[in-house]
Design a protein. Structure first.
Length: 333
């Protein structure tokens, strides 16, 4: 069983020293960005420009449609738009357990590039020049708020919106155990700075495109229960994407439906991906789903994690079911 390490919290002056020496800064997050990644990336871009830095935001994949309402989201440029001779002196890397999770933009993070590694996942590696890893925080959005606040930053309305979105989505609408009294203090201040809770929640969760709704219906039709209805799995195939006109990014959040049944303790969404199967996992209470993901080279949070299984969906499902049964029966006490 994996133990949760204590937080790595460098003195604020180390972070300030790294940022203040920087001139050209790349802000990157993980492949297949979620609300925390996108919202915090945008917020960091605005904050660093406030400090007078030349800032570049990069992404490996398209932002899910539900986050395209965020001000400045088009500033996160696809990797393919960067030239081969592009160079920076500093990088801020958000919630990546390893540098490879940045995707192809990892090629810019070599040589003399100073890296500020910020993460709230307990299995994160210490690959940065300065590493700030705090598994007690709800999101990197919450961590960014704390850093910006140390600077006495006056949060503009759009940055408040970015960080509220980051925290809202990574706490599962403030449901996950990582939601602390401090988390709620922070979102209160973000609301005071201009974040509109109703608008943001509606834009993220209740204004889905027709292709996304069609995809949701197809995915829910695959529902299957195992181990006395305690394990629930959903599946997504390329054919579903083709027939609905949806993108893979439109599947963001669909795994949560696997946990809606009152008997379910572990839920998963299996996504077909070029001969491999990408898996999103959720669990209740004392079941450490991050350990399951780690068996396949993935990771994440205690109750929310992901991985890629190097086999076709049908074979991956068959093997995963047995692994999940074992995990459920050896609950952490």
């Amino acid at each position: 069983m994996t133990d949760r390490p204590s937080a790595i919290a460098p003195p604020i002056h180390e972070i300030r020293h790294l940022l203040e020496r920087s001139r050209r800064v790349l802000v990157a997050s993980h492949i297949d960005p979620d609300g925390d990644a996108i919202g915090t990336q945008l917020a960091f871009g605005a904050f660093l420009r406030h400090l007078g830095k030349e800032v570049y935001l990069v992404r490996e994949a398209e932002a899910p449609a539900k986050y395209r309402f965020l001000t400045g989201v088009d500033q996160i440029r696809p990797f393919d738009e960067f030239t081969t001779d592009f160079a920076v002196d500093t990088a801020v890397v958000l919630e990546c357990p390893t540098i490879d999770r940045v995707g192809r933009a990892a090629c810019f993070l070599t040589g003399e590039v100073q890296i500020l590694n910020i993460d709230h996942h307990y299995d994160s590696g210490s690959f940065g020049t300065v590493n700030w890893i705090d598994p007690t925080k709800s999101s990197v959005g919450e961590m960014a708020f704390e850093l910006f606040d140390e600077y006495g930053y006056a949060f503009p309305g759009e940055v408040a919106e970015h960080l509220y979105t980051a925290i809202l989505t990574d706490t599962g609408r403030f449901r996950f155990p990582s939601t602390s009294p401090r988390t709620m203090e922070i979102v209160g201040r973000l609301i005071g700075a201009g974040a509109n809770p109703k608008k943001i929640t509606d834009d993220v969760y209740f204004r889905l495109s027709a292709p996304t709704m069609k995809l949701m219906g197809r995915v829910l039709s695959t529902i299957e229960f195992h181990d006395g209805d305690t394990i629930c799995l959903l599946s997504l195939t390329k054919q579903m994407l083709d027939e609905t006109g949806a993108d893979l990014s439109d599947s963001d959040g669909l795994v949560d439906f696997a946990m809606f049944c009152d008997t379910v303790e572990i839920g998963g969404l299996l996504k077909e991906n070029n001969g491999r199967t990408r898996v999103s996992l959720r669990s209740r209470d004392s079941i450490n789903i991050a350990d399951v993901a780690a068996e396949y080279g993935g990771g994440g949070h205690f109750n929310a994690a992901g991985c890629t299984i190097p086999s076709e969906l049908a074979d991956a499902r068959k093997h995963l079911i047995e692994v999940l049964k074992s995990a459920r029966r050896s609950k952490r006490k």
